[in-house]
Design a binder for this molecule. Sequence first.
Ligand code: NCD
Length: 312
Amino acid sequence: MGPSTDFLGRDVVSARDFKREQFERILRATEDLEKHRGSLDGTLKGKLAALLFFEPSTRTYSSFQIASEKLGMKVTGFAGPTGSSITKGETLHDTVKMFEGYGADIFVVRHSKMGAARFAAEITDKPVISAGDGSREHPTQAMVDLHAIRKAFGKIDGLKVGMLGDLRYGRTSSSLAYALSNFDVEITFIAPEALQMRPEVSLLLKQRGVTPKKEKALKDVAGKLDVLYVTRIQKERIPDPTEFEKVKGMYEVNLEALRDAKPSLKVLHPLPRVDELATEVDGTDYAQYFVQAAGGLPLRMVLMNLILGGGN
Ligand code: NCD
């Protein structure tokens, strides 16, 4: 995988900004890395990655951290609001400028405000990768999700994908929907009205020729799907707590809910799960979510290596 002008020095702030060929390039390289066709260990030796996580994170932070270290980079920054000066009110702007002064070569930013990653990208010339901004986007998670789908089916075209849960406030679903709109897929948004996908997402999908269907209940579509993407209700992002009370516990994906599912169905979840996905699914062939999470490491290695031109 030689340096690519498509990726060299670029920001990753929205899944809308990537074309099919670019997603495919990342997916192919991730598959190669997983199959040990080549290694990226140490390709970015001497570089510094600043991971600025203004919101809590488990998988995304640690996969970026391990990926950076395997690439040979040093890692600085913080994994959440505690343990940093954010609690004293330090701004995103000042934080980025400061780490730039320390010699950061790449930024990975997670923030509760929408547009935060775009803003960070505007104030530094170094590449910025969004690790989630507000309820809008989580582009690298979408890449991880595509990888998990391709790993299960060997393809993305021709699949029927259902997205279930908090599509309105969950940033992973909108990014995945944008990413999937580059492929020949059928998308169904399954959510109660209050949590249905935001109109601007559906609009962009339609413009790209993928008209999403909408359903309220999983049982009406369960038998038709190839992929079921389950998401958590974003309690912390729903503005009105009484709204949360109304929707919490409205759905739970368990074996009973999957009674009519095709045997080949794959269930994905960006994790963390709360009570929307029963642990009894874990031991079945439907469960693809731990494979999905594991893909986050090689994929983020590939992405940072392409952006920083590490070669191999
Ligand atoms: C998600 C996130 O932070 O948006 N987690 C992740 O990165 N895998 C999903 C969530 O918090 O529900």
